[in-house]
Design a protein around this ligand. Structure first.
Ligand SMILES: [Zn+2]
Ligand SMILES: [Zn+2]
Length: 256
């Protein structure tokens, strides 16, 4: 595995997209690698990073028996589209219990980009949310902090603030605010800056939801953090590069 360098220019590139190799995307009506490349070209987008799921033990993960096919097919699509910048990656879901297994599965793969995401963090009863926002979000952020010590390399921290997408709280109580979670968020910031990994601004939360939020990004910038890359997290081609203009305007205010 040789991940692309931290300094590679990813401006204008969609750094998070799923194809029909991800079972959840397939179920949602995802396109094939060839169709996805054609869609980016049609939209006039410079390039993208394919990041299908590896979540050990969960149904939406690419089956490891398909890994060879995954790289063969994406490499062929890259060769057929020299005018697009395409990198081949995966979104690796972090859980303490399966992290070693994930490391084993990806260590020999020719991955160029890894998104380190926390999708599963709730305690065994799976019902942290009912214990209130501070408890549930606190547990999530602890898992993100642990994910930064994952036993495999990664390029980007995926969709920080992810539970906001699903939180059952009233709209005015959904925010994962920096001021409420400062100690653990500062810990995440410190590790991210030290390890030189990026954040992504994930635009799959709709036009208004910010993952991460502005207050977190201001603290991250102050600590020496760089502008996040953009990731649409599209599971169907209609959503590629969704809300990028709004996300760029949002990031311009913080990082320029
Ligand atoms: Zn994800
Ligand atoms: Zn994703």
């Amino acid at each position: 595995m040789k991940l692309i360098d931290y300094n590679v220019d990813l401006d204008g590139i969609d750094c998070h997209v799923h194809s029909a190799f991800s079972p959840d995307a397939l179920r949602a009506g995802a396109s094939t690698p060839r169709e996805i490349a054609a869609a980016y070209k049609r939209r006039g987008i410079r390039g993208f990073i394919v990041t299908d799921h590896l979540d050990v033990g969960h149904w939406h993960s690419v089956d490891p028996s398909k890994f060879t096919e995954y790289f063969d097919e994406w490499n062929a699509v890259r060769d057929e589209n020299p005018d697009l910048t395409i990198y081949i990656g995966m979104e690796v879901g972090f859980e303490k219990e399966t992290a070693e297994k994930s490391a084993e599965l990806i260590s020999e793969l020719p991955l160029e980009y890894v998104i380190n995401s926390v999708h599963y963090w709730q305690s065994h009863d799976g019902d942290d949310m009912s214990r209130g926002r501070e408890y549930a979000y606190g547990k999530y952020l602890e898992a993100v902090s642990a994910s930064l010590d994952a036993p495999y390399p990664f390029s980007t921290i995926g969709h920080l603030g992810f539970p906001e997408r699903y939180a059952p709280y009233p709209a005015d109580e959904i925010a994962m605010e920096y001021k409420t979670f400062k100690p653990i968020m500062d810990d995440i910031i410190k590790k991210a800056v030290r390890k030189r990994v990026r954040f992504e601004e994930n635009t799959n939360g709709g036009g208004a939801m910010r993952l991460p939020r502005a207050d977190f990004l201001r603290a991250y910038k102050k600590a020496g953090g760089a502008r996040p890359v953009l990731g649409s997290d599209a599971h169907i081609t209609e959503n590629i590069a969704q809300y990028f203009d709004a996300a760029n305007k949002f990031l311009d205010k913080i990082f320029k």
